[in-house]
Design a protein around this ligand. Structure first.
Ligand SMILES: Nc1ncnc2c1ncn2[C@@H]1O[C@H](COP(=O)(O)OP(=O)(O)OP(=O)(O)O)[C@@H](O)[C@H]1O
Length: 140
């Protein structure tokens, strides 16, 4: 396996998979020069999601978020590249799809379904420390 200076966890969330955007999202990651190191597709268990989102436990959107994320298959990607953690977050765009910049995944494909920021297509680790923790959770 090629050694990368940095790796991040990307998730194509259930809304991205349902809307057939997986290919488009992977294409953008590769076009940017990042490498898909590993990939899995499955419906995540509640246990995995509670661990993944542990920093949000107790917040009002926590339960709806866990339920939504477990509502169907997600595509989990181990992505490698130079400064990929920060780089993927700039590819993804701001959390809220309606105000995310055009040219970003969320800005180009995000929709306001009247459900706020929950269905924002992708997840990307927010630091190298989170990436390490999350990659262990999703890829063991
Ligand atoms: N106020 C909210 N209402 C509903 N869902 C929310 C809210 N805030 C965050 N979320 C959901 O929780 C996820 C994690 O929130 P966080 O603040 O970590 O966003 P983020 O780091 O931009 O997104 P992600 O971690 O998914 O890349 C968001 O992507 C979104 O799906």
């Amino acid at each position: 396996m090629t050694h990368h200076p940095e790796e991040t966890l990307v998730l194509v969330k259930p809304d991205g998979v349902r809307r057939r955007l997986t290919g488009e999202i992977i294409a953008r990651i590769e076009r940017k020069g990042y490498e898909i190191v590993d990939l899995r597709m499955f419906t995540p268990s509640r246990d995995l999601l509670v661990k993944h989102y542990e920093e949000h436990e107790g917040k009002p959107f926590f339960e709806p978020l866990v339920e939504f994320m477990g509502s169907g298959p997600v595509v989990a990607l181990r992505v490698g590249g130079s400064r990929v953690v920060e780089g993927f977050r700039s590819l993804a765009g701001a959390t809220e799809p309606t105000t995310a910049a055009p040219g970003t995944i969320r800005g180009d494909f995000g929709r306001d379904w009247g459900e706020g920021v929950q269905k924002n297509l992708v997840h990307g680790s927010d630091s190298t420390l989170s990436a390490e923790r999350e990659l262990k959770l999703w890829f063991g």
